[in-house]
Design a protein around this ligand. Sequence first.
Ligand code: CMP
Length: 227
Amino acid sequence: MDGTQDVLSQAPLFEALDDEGSKALRSCMRDVRLTRGQTLFAEGDDGDRLYVVLDGKIKLTRTAPDGRENLLSVLGPGEMFGELSLFDPRPRTASAIAVTECRLAAVAHDELRPWLDKSPQVAVTLLGALARRLRRANDVMADLVFTDVPGRVAKALLDLAERFGKQTDDGLHVHHDLTQEELAQLVGASRETVNKALADFAGRGWIRIEARAVVILDIDRLKRRAR
Ligand code: CMP
C-alpha cells in the first residue's frame, strides 16, 4: 500500500469499502496536480467531479457581490469536496483554490453514481460526511451570531490544529499556510480585529505566531476562550 492509498482509505468515500472495492474505485480516479494559488473550479461553474485531497491544502471560498471573500473551510489530506453537485446537480457552491501545491484524486460524478446504487454503505458514508458538514456549517453560523471575534479566532485555531497540528516539544505546531487576510476571511471578521485577538493570545502566552503558522502553547486556555 503506498502513501496515497493510505490517505484515500481515510476518506469517507472509501471507509466502507474492502480492499478490492477500494482498488476498483481508485481505478476510476485520476490524479490532479495544482500549483499554489491555482483555481481548480469557481463558484457557479458546472460541477461534474468529486475530489479527495491527497497532499497539500485546498481552500473553499465564496465571494460577495462587493468582492469580499468568505473562507468556508481549508481542507487537507483525506478530506473530500465537490460532492454537493453530485447529489444536487447544480452549479458549484464555492470556489476551490490551492493554498499550497496540491495533489488530488478526482472521480467523475457519472462514474461514482453506480457505486451509490450498488453499495448502500458508500452512499451512507457519503451522507455521514454531508451531515458532518451541515453540523459544522450550523456551528459556524451560530458562532457568527453568538460568539465574539476572539472566541471565533480561538475556535478557528483549534479547528486548524485538529487538521494540521503536529505535536512538537515546544507545543502544538499548526502550519496552516494561510495569510493574515485568509485567517480573517475564515473567522468572518476584519484583519485588524483578528490580528488584535491573535496578539492578545500571544501576549498571554497561549500561542506563538509564526509565518503562516501558529504554535499552540496552552491548549486548555484556548479551548476555554473558544467556549
Ligand atoms: P460543490 O458545490 O460541488 O463544489 C464546492 C464544494 O465546496 C461543495 O461541493 C462542497 O464539497 C464544499 N463546501 C461547500 N460548502 C462548504 C462548507 N460550508 N464547508 C466545507 N465545505 C463546503
